[in-house]
Unconditional design. Structure first.
Length: 269
């Protein structure tokens, strides 16, 4: 598909998609969300993140889709699974989940050339009170950000809404990672920061597609990347949580491409 058919670019390099492109994003987003729905029953104490990833790989294959992450910059898994103090990009492996572990599972699929990207939190066994509160604040911060999506608002408005909610609850927003544009590519402009000043950043326009995916720490916001060059953890070893949706800007607001068909986006609802 040539660039002309994909719509124009703004002066910030953000692609503007047409009405027909929304259908492609909904199809890809729905599959990613369905996979996260189906994996939920397998997140139990004694399970390994590697086994969860193998199940996800099978689900992608069975759907006739493609994993966006297998082979991406050398990555070899269909998911990132980030447990407890892992902020993002956790590599699936053979470590057993323990009772009370919290984990983010992040899946991106390609369906008919469109990328569906979403992540959500899970708990193995019994959820601790502090982890429950972290998950709730992170979930609600995502939706505070989404509610700021409408033409004429800015990306700074999204970041500010998230940051204000998190910091009101005495937690911190990770600044080292951000959301991103997507569509027929995995990552594209803009960088979607989860903190910021109202009115700052590019102006939102109908037809923009991007992810919002705040990472929230119980402790300080600083992270470090481990020697594997993927796994990011909190420097102070505090718990971290993340939720992610893929969004399209409409004439009067937004559409979420990655809604859970089973209503399971929040692990305790």
């Amino acid at each position: 598909m040539d660039d002309a058919h994909q719509g124009r670019l703004t002066r910030d390099g953000i692609r503007i998609h047409d009405a027909g492109d929304f259908a492609g994003m909904h199809k890809a987003g729905r599959l990613a969300a369905e996979i996260l729905d189906r994996i939920a029953e397998h997140v139990v104490p004694g399970q390994t993140t590697g086994a969860l990833d193998r199940l996800i790989t099978d689900m992608v294959d069975q759907a006739g889709a493609t994993s966006a992450t297998i082979g991406y910059k050398g990555y070899q898994h269909a998911s990132c699974i980030s447990v407890n103090h892992v902020v993002c990009h956790g590599i699936p492996g053979e470590k057993l989940l323990k009772d009370g572990d919290i984990l983010n599972i992040d899946v991106t699929v390609i369906v008919d050339g469109w990328f569906g990207d979403t992540s959500r939190m899970y708990v193995a066994g019994k959820l601790s009170r502090k982890a429950e509160r972290l998950i709730q604040v992170t979930h609600d911060a995502l939706f505070k950000g989404i509610e700021a999506v409408r033409p004429g608002n800015t990306f700074g408005d999204i970041g500010h809404a998230i940051q204000a909610h998190v910091e009101r609850n005495r937690m911190s927003v990770v600044r080292d990672f951000c959301g991103h544009g997507l569509g027929r590519v995995f990552h594209a402009p803009p960088n979607v920061l989860h903190y910021g000043r109202p009115g700052s950043g590019p102006v939102l326009e109908e037809g923009m597609f991007f992810t919002i995916e705040p990472m929230v720490n119980l402790g300080r916001p600083e992270t470090k990347v481990l020697a594997d060059d993927w796994t990011a953890v909190t420097r102070d070893k505090s718990l971290s949580a993340q939720f992610e949706h893929s969004i399209g800007v409409t004439a009067d607001g937004f559409e979420i491409f990655t809604l859970s068909p089973a209503g399971r986006f929040h692990p305790t609802y």
